[in-house]
Design a protein around this ligand. Structure first.
Ligand code: SF4
Length: 326
């Protein structure tokens, strides 16, 4: 049985994504306030079914509560209340977080609140005994544990979602993660993995040519590993490769390949017009949506089923307008 998935434009359901509660407007911050994110709550919520969690409230610290901070070794900091640094609350905090983390297998992404000693994803201050922050920064304790437990889960901070390239990359990974999990059901076989890979070839190529070749070799029938092992290794390589935004020159390479599918179908002057637009994109004069939309228009009429099923064309819902920003 083939488990082909609808494109992100046609998904009949929302995707399960974890989120720091304060980003949805819950008054759970130490000062009794929130950090409402309009983009998460009003835009992405059209596609994401949020599962919210505040690890500090779950640990029983109450709201409002004294501020917390990280102290000690930046590689393995402890959590303390800022004004009572002799009182280590790391164990209480981690017990509540770990209990919650056990139940997140179904998520396809996680959005976290920045600067928090619990939820922050990067650059979190770790204080030394002299009261000054260490030069080396750390990760919030909840987020560190989340990463350890689900290393391939796409995670991002709300603030970083304002960066078009990071936002594009996060959404790409969330929808890919979801597609893979739903395509590779318990009864999936090698042919299902090959069918999945067939749809993602140009997406992978846009991120890494060596990985494109590596994954192709893995699925060529010469890899002796059992299917489950191969599937796990494939997903690991795929998500790791996609975690870095694709470069403009690699997109151009993919676009040129796609133009190749029109070789015998359209007039040479039409092909040259499309190539001109690819060059405009290469020079940064137009965004990615322009050549992709143009190519898609012609390929819909003249391209094969194989090329038209490429996830590269619709990696996330079109109404989000993401490719108008990169
Ligand atoms: S940043 Fe995390 S710990 Fe702090 S209020 Fe928001 S959800 Fe709670």
């Amino acid at each position: 049985m083939t488990h082909s998935q609808p494109s992100p434009d046609q998904l009949p359901h929302k995707i399960p994504v974890g989120i720091s509660s304060c980003l949805l407007g819950d008054n759970v911050r130490f000062n009794g306030g929130h950090s409402h994110s309009d983009y998460c709550d009003n835009i992405l919520s059209q596609y994401f079914d949020y599962q919210k969690f505040c690890p500090e409230v779950a640990a029983g610290f109450g709201t409002p509560r004294p501020t917390l901070r990280l102290e000690g070794d930046p590689n393995s900091p402890r959590m303390v209340f800022s004004k009572h640094s002799d009182q280590d609350v790391s164990d209480v905090f981690m017990a509540a977080s770990n209990q919650y983390l056990e139940k997140l297998d179904h998520l396809d992404g996680y959005i976290l609140m920045k600067k928090s000693p619990s939820c922050g994803m990067e650059r979190i201050k770790v204080y030394q005994e002299n009261g000054h922050p260490h030069m080396q920064r750390s990760v919030g304790l909840f987020t560190k544990a989340l990463r350890q437990r689900y290393p391939l889960l796409p995670i991002e901070e709300d603030g970083r979602l304002n960066d078009p390239a990071l936002r594009e990359n996060f959404l790409l990974r969330v929808f890919t993660h979801h597609d893979f999990r739903h395509s590779m059901t318990a009864d999936a076989r090698m042919k299902d993995l090959i069918a999945f890979h067939s749809r993602y070839k140009y997406m992978v190529m846009a991120h890494s040519q060596p990985t494109y070749r590596q994954l192709g070799r893995m699925l060529s029938g010469n890899d002796p590993r059992p299917f489950d092992e191969l599937k796990t290794a494939y997903f690991d390589i795929l998500m790791t490769t996609l975690s870095k935004p694709a470069e403009r020159k690699n997109h151009c390479n993919v676009l040129m390949h796609l133009v190749g599918y029109l070789k015998h179908a359209v007039d040479v002057s039409v092909r040259n017009d499309i190539l001109d637009v690819v060059e405009q994109y290469r020079r940064g004069e137009v965004n990615l949506a322009t050549p992709v939309t143009l190519l898609r228009h012609y390929l819909k009429h003249y391209g094969s089923e194989y090329v038209n099923q490429q996830s590269y064309f619709i990696p996330y819902p079109s109404p989000l307008g993401i490719r108008n920003t990169v």
